[in-house]
Design a protein around this ligand. Structure first.
Ligand code: ZN
Length: 342
């Protein structure tokens, strides 16, 4: 099995100067689509589950799906990550379940909606870092808030990340990875026109990376919302309003400046929905779920493959042997929370 910690996976990405897609999963077809794309492109990968996903699929089902991915694709380095943990308790339950990485999103209170203050964020994130590093698990924190709401998470308000605060936050918490808010949102409706440099604050990424060169930066809400996926949905009876996502070239710009983890969820949802609508329209007499789930899975795989190639992770699946959680824990004990391995 090639379960790896996210810390190692991102350290390697930093060495190789590429980004790694973190794709959300809720069910079997999503896990298969992502892993097939990883095999096809020989990519290391992060599969992540939100609280909503854990509730939808049930923890045990979801964990075993993710574990099966590591077992069936032994040549692929895969990190299992808790997306948007709302409290230390949620992160603890993910660690107990066997995830190799957790996100403590202390930018929001534990209702996942109300923006939290800086001191609260530092306190809960530090608590998770202490608990996670003890057993070798990686921690992602978030500073600043994204727009949009997905799976009930988000305040809907945008607060861009302040680089001075980012430095203080990382020093006080010891997080391995930091999600930064640069003006993007969760969900499909990110921008009403193609975002340019004034809308997406890429300069924040550049500045934080200069000041925190060993902290891996994370871009949330980084679906590109390709027009052809939206068009397919609408051609077969869907009603998605005109919308724009984060252009792949902007993500690539971020990767040049320390972005190592790129969260993509919406694009897979769009791909699956378009494929299912198309299948329903083409043969209304079919009723075997495999008839529409197979093209949905293939459409998701295609999106993931394209992102893996664009982010530069393709071809890097066999670059390294996984460091065990036990050995990672020893490394944190020796070096302190902020590793200097990058
Ligand atoms: Zn997010």
């Amino acid at each position: 099995m090639a379960l790896v910690t996210m810390r190692q996976l991102l350290d390697e990405a930093a060495k190789g100067n590429y980004g790694v897609g973190a794709f959300n999963v809720n069910n079997l077809e999503q896990v298969q689509a992502i892993m097939e794309a990883a095999r096809e492109t020989e990519s290391p990968v992060i599969i992540q589950a939100s609280r909503g996903a854990r509730k939808y699929a049930n923890d045990r089902f979801l964990y075993h799906l993710m574990e099966a991915a590591a077992e069936v694709y032994p040549e692929i380095s895969v990190a299992l990550h808790q997306d948007h943990g709302n409290s230390p308790e949620t992160c603890k339950s993910a660690i107990d379940l066997g995830f190799t990485s957790v996100m403590m999103d202390g930018s929001l209170m534990d209702d996942g909606k109300t923006p939290a203050d800086f001191e609260y964020n530092v306190r809960v994130t530090r608590e998770v870092v202490e608990m996670a590093h003890e057993v070798g698990v990686t921690v992602e924190g978030e500073l600043g808030t994204l727009g949009g709401i997905e799976d009930g998470v988000g305040s809907g308000e945008v607060h861009l990340t302040d680089p001075d605060q980012a430095v203080e936050f990382v020093e006080r918490t010891g997080v391995d990875a930091l999600a930064v808010a640069i003006g993007t949102s969760h969900g499909a409706y990110k921008f009403t026109s193609e975002p340019d440099r004034d809308v997406l604050a890429m300069n924040i990424i550049e500045e934080i990376n200069e000041r925190l060169p060993t902290t891996h930066l994370v871009m949330h809400g980084s679906s590109s919302v390709p027009k052809e996926l939206v068009d397919t949905i609408n051609r077969y009876g869907g009603e998605i309003r005109p919308t724009f996502g984060v252009p792949v070239r902007e993500i690539q710009e971020g990767i040049k400046h320390g972005v190592r983890k790129v969260n993509v969820d919406t694009d897979l949802r769009l791909a699956a929905t378009g494929a299912i609508r198309k299948a329903f329209a083409e043969d209304p007499s079919e009723f075997d779920p495999r008839y529409y789930l197979k093209p949905a899975r293939a459409a998701m795989q295609e999106v993931v493959r394209a992102r893996m190639e664009a982010f530069g992770q393709a071809g890097h699946a066999r670059d390294y042997d996984p460091i065990s959680l036990h050995d990672m824990a020893a490394r944190y004990r020796e070096q302190g929370h902020q590793l200097t391995t990058v």
